[in-house]
Design a protein around this ligand. Structure first.
Ligand SMILES: Cc1cc2nc3c(=O)[nH]c(=O)nc-3n(C[C@H](O)[C@H](O)[C@H](O)COP(=O)(O)OP(=O)(O)OC[C@H]3O[C@@H](n4cnc5c(N)ncnc54)[C@H](O)[C@@H]3O)c2cc1C
Length: 410
């Protein structure tokens, strides 16, 4: 097989990139080890800033057809305190910045793959990356894929993109994946029904972890439990319901929410989660989305980073394909764009992670946020990605933030 760009992994990053490049007329192969629709352990919350990216790909209508829930903010609970933060309609895309979405990943990701196929990309389900192909100079010029039936397929490409998620084999083959030991977490996810729907997502903190939940689609309640992987030690054959029940005792408000609920899907686990990469671009190859590094589920920004990265890398590869002499500058542009947009948010999220481990910090913060909605809305709007941490330094931002009072939510 031969193509201009081989995209490995058809999550939001890979599909959005494949669609964008196919729309530009390039020959794109989009390979995934799974057949779609497939499940992906996720909180299934799309932050408000995803909307303009989906719009630019012509995906707002398909998303509407999936019947997502509007998510207007976040209930924050922890150590006996609580606060409600609402997304304020500010920033460059103020028209859509006031709400995010709750949507099942199986349906959302399948819609993105469909859109990429309609744009002209060839989707290869059940094709798993085995290894990268390199020429005599070490430049990546293709990949070896293995089909579910065991056939081995060689695919030559001018560019190979690793969009294969948090355990990216592409990043490993390129030798740039590293562990982040202090964030070594493990997540369990499942759907429930019978929980009263709320217009906001919710996070319930307890010592050493948190529950996050969103209502998705019609009335499904998507629940995540995130805990350190060390919690799993000494558990030979975990009884997951018992494991979750133990943690619900530490988050009583959430235990109360789940009391009338019925679990409709098995618990699915994912971990270890903490990876990062030392480099994201190479001769003939690049990484995008979670393949670049793990995004903590706490702030619900991973899908936004995937869509942002897909757009920035799409711009860079379009330039590199049209003008090979400009490829180094184009890829440097991608790295710089990621650095500007994603790195400060990852740092803020890591800081938050560390702070949230301390009840003596969380409790007064939540009390203050409950008392001053502006503070709660600011934190939640920041994690909704509509504003950037550096906006906080601009007086004009504070004026518009103050003016953008959201409608009350229950
Ligand atoms: C518990 C949890 C909750 C989360 N909650 C949220 C949330 O609420 N909101 C949010 O925005 N983000 C959330 N995230 C993060 C979000 O899920 C990711 O950031 C997002 O899915 C990244 O998209 P991606 O396209 O880079 O990777 P993925 O969505 O992981 O897609 C990678 C694709 O690559 C395929 N693949 C893997 N290996 C290979 C291979 N060797 N060959 C071929 N294909 C391969 C996989 O099958 C998969 O389809 C959460 C993450 C976790 C772990």
């Amino acid at each position: 097989m031969q193509c201009d760009v081989l995209v490995l992994g058809a999550g939001p990053a890979g599909s959005a990139l494949a669609q964008r490049l196919a729309q530009d007329g390039f020959g794109v192969l989009l390979a995934d080890k799974k057949a779609f629709p497939r499940d992906k352990p996720c909180g299934e919350f799309l932050s408000p800033e995803c909307a303009p990216y989906l719009d630019a790909l012509g995906l707002q209508a398909p998303l509407r057809d999936l019947g997502p829930r509007l998510v207007r903010g976040m209930h924050l609970h922890g150590y006996g305190a609580r606060a409600l933060g609402r997304f304020r309609a500010v920033g460059a895309h103020a028209a859509t910045a006031g709400s995010g979405f709750g949507v099942r990943r199986s349906r959302f990701d399948a819609a993105l793959v469909d859109a990429a196929s309609r744009a002209g990309a060839t989707f290869l389900p059940r094709h798993e990356l085995q290894d990268l192909l390199r020429d005599a100079n070490g430049r990546v010029h293709g990949a070896v894929l293995r089909t579910e039936g065991g056939a081995v397929v060689e695919c030559r490409a001018r560019w190979v993109v690793g969009a294969d998620g948090v355990h990216s084999r592409t990043a490993r083959r390129l030798g740039v994946q590293r562990q982040t030991p202090w964030l070594d977490q493990f997540a369990l996810v499942a759907h429930f029904d019978g929980v009263a729907a709320r217009p906001c997502a919710e996070v319930h903190l307890f010592p050493g972890g948190f529950f996050a939940a969103t209502t998705v689609d019609a009335d499904l309640f998507s629940v995540n439990l995130v805990v350190p992987r060390t919690t799993l030690r000494d558990r030979a054959a975990p009884d997951w319901d018992g494991f979750v029940a133990d943690h619900l005792d530490r988050a009583p408000a959430f235990g109360e929410r789940l009391r009338p609920a019925r679990r409709t899907t098995p618990w699915r686990g994912i971990g270890p989660l903490a990876h990062t990469t030392t480099r994201q671009t190479f001769a003939g190859a690049a990484l995008v989305g979670d393949a670049c590094g793990y995004v903590d589920p706490l702030t619900g920004e991973g899908i936004y980073f995937a869509l942002f990265g897909a757009r920035a890398l799409g711009d860079a590869l379009a330039t590199a394909l049209h003008h090979p002499d400009r490829e180094a500058a184009a890829l440097a542009g991608y790295v710089a764009a990621r650095h500007r947009e994603v790195t400060p948010r990852l740092r803020a999220s890591a800081l938050l992670q560390r702070a949230l481990r301390h009840p003596w910090l969380v409790r007064p913060f939540l009390h203050a946020a409950d008392r001053w909605p502006l503070l709660a809305d600011l934190v939640v709007t920041l994690t909704g990605d509509a504003i950037h941490p550096r906006d906080l330094l601009r007086p004009s931002f504070w004026r518009s933030f103050h003016a953008a009072t959201p409608e009350p939510v229950a």
